[in-house]
Design a protein. Structure first.
Length: 118
């Protein structure tokens, strides 16, 4: 299983970016897609999740600004980020978890850098 994240970049505060995560090697329609982020000097934190059935969940600090979605035909998950703030600056990672027997395995994309200027 491989995940390939893209879409990061430099944007001014108040701007928007859309991140993409293409997943290879598993049946995409059956997996959840998660987005995490890690700012310099901080721990990685969960940003948003979309289940295989399309249910979504967001961290409080992005509610109302970010939207997670998926396109099963393209094996791709998205994170639309609006009203970006300098504190959103971080490496953003996509993730999925697969169950093998009784163990969950984590798979990560390579990270895409989002930099928001003030």
């Amino acid at each position: 299983v491989q995940l390939q994240a893209s879409g990061g970049g430099l944007v001014q505060g108040g701007g928007s970016l859309r991140l993409s995560c293409v997943v290879f090697g598993t049946r995409f329609s059956r997996i959840a897609v998660n987005w995490y982020r890690q700012a310099p000097g901080k721990q990685r934190e969960s940003v948003a999740t979309i289940t295989s059935s399309g249910l979504t969940n967001y961290a409080d600090f992005v509610k109302g600004r970010f939207t997670i979605s998926r396109d099963n035909a393209k094996n791709t998950g998205y994170l639309q980020m609006n009203s970006l703030k300098p504190e959103d600056t971080a490496l953003y990672y996509c993730n999925t978890k697969l169950l093998y027997g009784s163990n969950w395995n984590n798979y990560w994309g390579q990270g895409t850098l989002v930099t928001v200027s003030s």
